[in-house]
Design a protein around this ligand. Sequence first.
Ligand SMILES: [Zn+2]
Length: 71
Amino acid sequence: MSEEREYFDFGQRSIEEQQSLLTHTWCDQCQQADLGMVNPQEYQQFGIRFVEGECKVCGEAVFTELSDDEF
Ligand SMILES: [Zn+2]
């Protein structure tokens, strides 16, 4: 499994999927769910697909791990 990040185009997802992924977040900094993220980037690392962005509230990095059925 590769440590290299392989990037994907988040914009290829449907608007509904994008909205859902951008709103269902967990921020470690705020210790709060569903604050939302901006500047999303989608990539795969260690065989896991992530969407990474910045917390809308504090600007810290937030990650969402995508399960298989969301690919
Ligand atoms: Zn935050």
